[in-house]
Design a protein. Structure first.
Lengths: 707, 159
């Protein structure tokens, strides 16, 4: 694990920021804690490799010193409401539901008693951000422990009231009952008059996975009704008293400098305020239509330098590559090559692609007595708070960021540029301002999944044993670059480069690019030694979990059955962020147009113990569908700092008619801790489809998209 | 062109005062505070802004409000009747046919237009009709199932 981290896996989490931040301190907590019972999860419990620290002295009954590093907390107030406070964000991955399940499981209360307060920097403790598939493996187990400790604390209090042994008290349907159920108390009755704060003890026992009754089951989206009725308020729906509408005058290209501007005509419009600050020009108006007219009335002259375009991208990335850091070869490539019967060198490329979240970046900002409040859709509320504090030279305590459950992100909403713009306009106009990026702004001024070049040199014996594996990734990233195959000689390196476009995190990060190159190359090696794709992979796998997903996908697909006439089939497997995946794909080609049609996909996935089978199935299926875009057609076109296909009429997204028959096999490993599942299921499709196209046509495609 | 001063939305006559060229989407969202209808692309390519006009689907982001004055407009807020969800809304919940939910209003309205035309559409017809609506989270298979459930042609419960 440690080795992986040193390869800068998360380098593209833009402005990753410090791991620790003690701003949600004792004072703030005590202000928020009105009474009742609180169980605190220290930050240290949520950070890997430090699990053993800071757990020693707690666990006694009674009040304790509130720790300075609060990572999350559960509160049962005097009215009996259970509130869970976490800085995580809900962006469609349904953690609001899964975290509710985790708490309900241990607290023995119905789901509807629990309220999860998320991603509000004034109400919830600091959180690094919602990325890296970390909520399920890190936050959920700790909240489970906190809920178990809360239950034991409440039971002890109920027992005290009845003067009985705590072991004779149970919670049934949010009520405490004594041994013969002759007496009962509600949560409110037990919590009333209490002011009890505890840090979760080290020795708190949680329910074994095999005994789960709420966690591990298919609970529907907890507030689903608000979404199907249109009631849910996304950032774009937030409305404040006296709110104005903002627009930004965008540069003509990336890196463009403002040479001159004439804002007189816009300023003359009733109700319009023009804000000019360096190269930033924005307008606000009482309504959206006037804001657009004002923006268009501003005459600007920009000057942009010449910049690389698509046609020279891959050469550019290689030319500007830096030497890799942290690479640690295993064995010797020279020895491995010497032992090989056959050798292969190939290069693979991936294009820039856009997240294109359906809700574009948006923010509503207002200033009250020097304090800034911003509603915005971001995966990093505390990071955006820091950005705002820095931009306006104010302390972080003067900034509140509130994240309504957001219209998706896929790694694309880590930054605060829209929040800063809205806040700048609000400060100038003295009124709350709403700024919703247009789709074109979203394409042009956000950031992309990195493009990259991957070169692989390998050696293989005629019996299928891979003897040498040299792998260089230029620019796309280090995630998923390590192999789970049993290769004796490896040299795996990631090289930073200079990116012509702004690039950042994306669902699965570079694991998609690295799996694409690796799994297509594996197929090429299998072909070289004339072996079946599945048998060839199995020959090089010792890891039992990888073997299990590969065999599960192959079985469900019918890999060993007779091939269907006119269809090609391909397979790929891999591992990333604690979970294992294998994807098998079947394609056909239209004889007239030559167009590839994806007919069928089987994907097997294993992420330890399953937390919610319904939502896991939905995530895996959704990842397969989203992966179709990057695999088959998504491709940002650009030249001289301009995006040439930055709108939905030009940028091809997966649609209903692109969806093949998708079959998902979920392997439930109740004996293993749960890993996150929002990202890894996206990595297998592209190589599986590339291999299927080769199987059918004999044409080997080494670029994503597969064109 | 004169301003539009009244609109029939969800069975109610509502007062507005907007330029007739204003897209219907913003009249609904900004002037009438009916925010269930969403902006996605502004060029009728994603369907997040879909509403019904006289029972047929319309992309409100490219529809000048002047063109629909005097006509019956239905938005997602008008689907629930007396606290009872529309069968499509029920079906979307049943099939778990959403993740982030931002496309959901438009999906439900587009599906409602389809069921108005054909109460029992086949799978191919559903796919064809819905193809202009984007779900970036990739819940398409579940949306198809939801429509089948609402039409009474589905098996009932999604996986």
């Amino acid at each position: 694990m440690k080795d992986d981290l040193e390869l800068e896996q998360e380098r593209y989490e833009l402005f990753a920021g410090p791991l620790y931040n003690f701003n949600f301190n004792r004072r703030q907590f005590l202000k928020a804690f009105s009474g009742g019972i609180a169980l605190i999860v220290p930050v240290s419990n949520l950070v890997a490799h430090t699990l053993q620290q800071d757990q020693g002295e707690s666990g006694r009954r009674g009040n304790e010193r509130v720790p300075d590093d609060i990572g999350a907390w559960i509160h049962i107030d005097e009215k009996g409401t259970v509130s869970v406070f976490t800085g995580k964000t809900e962006i469609g991955q349904n953690i609001r539901t899964s975290l509710t399940q985790a708490v309900a499981e241990e607290l023995h209360v119905p789901l509807d008693v629990i309220r999860v307060v998320m991603a509000d920097t004034d109400l919830t403790p600091f959180d690094m951000g919602t990325f890296g598939s970390l909520t399920t493996p890190r936050m959920a187990p700790q909240l489970r422990k906190a809920a178990a400790a809360a239950r034991e604390t409440l039971i002890a209090l109920a027992a005290e009231q009845w003067k009985v042994e705590p072991t004779s008290v149970r919670i049934v349907n949010a009520r405490f009952v004594n041994h013969d159920a002759s007496k009962s108390l509600t949560l409110a009755e037990v919590a009333k008059g209490q002011k009890l704060v505890k840090t979760i003890p080290a020795d708190v026992a949680t329910t074994a996975v095999k005994d789960w009754t709420v966690a591990g089951t298919s609970v529907a989206k907890i507030d689903g009704r608000d979404f199907v009725t249109g009631k849910h308020q996304y950032t774009t729906d937030v409305r404040r008293e006296g709110m104005l509408y903002g627009r930004i005058v965008r540069p003509s290209a990336l890196e463009a400098k403002l040479m001159s501007s004439d804002t007189k005509a816009a300023e003359a419009m009733p109700g319009v305020v023009v804000v000019r600050d360096g190269d930033f020009i924005g307008v606000v108006a009482p309504d959206r239509e006037t804001a657009i007219r004002a923006e268009k009335a501003i005459a600007v002259h920009w000057q942009a330098p010449g910049q690389p375009g698509n046609d020279e991208l891959f050469a550019f990335l290689k030319k500007n590559a830096a030497p890799s850091r942290g690479a640690r070869p295993v064995g010797s490539i020279a020895d491995g090559m010497a032992a090989a019967d056959k050798k292969l060198s190939q290069a693979y490329t991936v294009a820039y692609i856009a997240h294109a979240p359906l809700e574009p970046r948006a923010a509503v900002a207002e200033w009250n007595d020097g304090k800034l409040t911003v509603w915005t859709g971001t995966q990093r509320p505390f990071g955006v708070r820091s950005e705002l504090a820095e931009a306006f030279h104010i302390p972080e305590e003067k900034v509140r960021v509130i994240v309504p459950d957001t219209g998706s992100g896929y790694g694309g909403k880590h930054t605060g540029e829209c929040a800063i713009e809205a806040a700048r306009l609000a400060r100038a106009s003295g009124k709350p301002v709403k700024l919703v990026w247009t789709r074109e702004e979203e394409f042009n001024w956000a950031y992309f999944r990195p493009a990259g070049v991957i070169e692989v040199n390998s050696g293989v014996k005629n019996d299928g044993t891979v003897t040498a594996w040299e792998f260089h990734n230029y620019n796309s990233g280090g995630s998923g670059i390590q192999v789970k195959y049993d290769f004796p000689n490896q040299d795996i390196q990631f090289h930073n480069s200079k990116s012509p476009l702004r690039q950042g995190s994306y669902r699965g990060l570079a694991a998609t690019a690295n799996h694409f190159a690796r799994e297509v190359h594996m197929d090429e090696l299998a072909q070289l030694v004339n072996m079946d794709s599945v048998a060839f992979r199995l020959k090089n796998i010792k890891d039992a979990r990888l073997k299990a997903v590969l065999e599960a996908a192959a079985d469900k697909f019918g890999w060993h059955a007779k091939k269907t006439e006119g269809r090609g089939r391909g397979i790929a497997c891999g591992f990333e962020k604690g979970s294992y995946i294998a994807t098998a794909a079947e394609v056909s080609v239209d004889a007239k147009t030559g167009r590839v049609k994806l007919e069928r996909v089987v994907e097997s996935f294993e992420c330890g113990a399953i937390v919610n089978p319904l939502h896991l199935h939905n995530q895996v299926e959704g990842a397969v569908v989203q992966a179709i875009g990057g695999a088959m057609f998504e491709n940002i076109q650009f030249k001289n700092g301009q995006i040439l296909n930055g709108k939905f009429s030009q940028y091809r997204l997966p649609r209903f008619s692109d969806v093949p028959l998708i079959e998902i096999v979920l392997l439930d490993r109740k004996d293993l801790p749960s890993a996150g599942a929002g990202e890894t299921p996206i990595v297998g499709l592209a190589p599986a489809v590339a291999n299927a196209i080769f199987d059918l046509t004999g044409k080997r495609i080494r670029s994503m998209p597969l064109t | 062109m004169p301003n539009v001063t009244t609109l029939n939305v969800n069975g109610k006559k509502l007062r507005v005062d907007v330029d007739s060229q204003t897209p219907l989407l913003y009249v609904l969202r900004d002037h009438l505070n009916l925010t269930g209808t969403k902006y996605g692309c502004g060029e009728a390519k994603c369907g997040a802004c879909t509403v019904l006009v006289e029972g047929q689907q319309m992309r409100s982001c490219v529809t000048p409000v002047g063109r629909v004055s005097g006509k019956q407009i239905t938005t997602i807020e008008g689907m629930e009747k007396d606290g009872k969800l529309h069968p499509l809304q029920e079906a979307f919940l049943k099939a778990d046919a959403l993740q982030c939910g931002y496309c959901t209003s438009g999906m439900i309205m587009a599906a409602a237009a389809l069921l108005n035309k054909n109460a029992k559409p086949g799978r191919a017809e559903i796919v064809k009709h819905m193809d202009a609506n984007v779900c970036r989270c990739g819940t398409y298979p579940r949306i198809v199932k939801a429509i089948e459930i609402a039409a009474g042609t589905g098996k009932g419960v999604a996986e």
